[in-house]
Design a protein around this ligand. Structure first.
Ligand code: 5GP
Length: 166
């Protein structure tokens, strides 16, 4: 069996507290947290509670169809978040892992491109940063906040057990 990085629920509890501590220690508190669904949903929820941020949005992106099997490019799926809801805000984008980094980069670029269409005034400027539990060495993007580094396939507690079918 290939070597895996196993994150337990308890390990995830520690990871989300430590990642939040890192963000708070940097002196930057987001107004809004955007989860990249589905992998970033549970981390984003845990971070939002840990730093008492109540505004949450999601961007639904699909990339992997199975272990190591990828689509050509990450696909943005409905329902789509209104990016203008981020205007004038500090936005923390959260995902489980930056592996190739393509998913996170796509979302950060989307936010940046939206920023370019704005008039550039302080009232509408979006300041986006990113946080992930894991970063892999191949990632094309350097997230602002990272809990741990690995080059293995990661088993996350929410996606390891078999799907419950009817
Ligand atoms: P990307 O290659 O675009 O950085 O990764 C996109 C998504 O694929 C991640 O958010 C995550 O949901 C999934 N993914 C990538 N690498 C792994 C991994 O090692 N383990 C698991 N469980 N999912 C992964």
């Amino acid at each position: 069996a290939p070597d895996r990085e196993v994150l337990t629920w308890e390990g995830f509890g520690d990871a989300s507290r430590e990642l939040t501590q890192q963000i708070v220690d940097s002196g930057w508190i987001p107004d809004l947290i955007v989860a990249i669904a589905r992998g970033g949903l549970i981390p984003a929820g845990a971070i939002a509670y840990a730093m008492d941020v109540k505004a949450i949005g999601t961007m639904n992106v699909e990339f992997y169809s199975g272990i190591g099997e990828t689509l050509e490019e990450p696909q943005l799926l409905p329902p789509l978040m209104d990016v203008s809801a981020m205007d004038g805000k500090r936005v923390l984008v959260v995902d489980d892992v930056a592996d190739s980094g393509k998913t996170l980069k796509m979302v950060m670029d989307l936010i940046d491109e939206h920023g370019l269409t704005l008039d550039g005034s302080a009232a509408v400027r979006v300041e986006a940063r990113s946080a992930v539990i894991y970063k892999k060495p191949v990632s094309i993007i350097e997230p602002d906040y990272v809990w741990a580094y690995t080059d293995k396939w990661i088993n996350f507690p929410w996606s390891t057990l078999p799907v419950i079918k009817p």
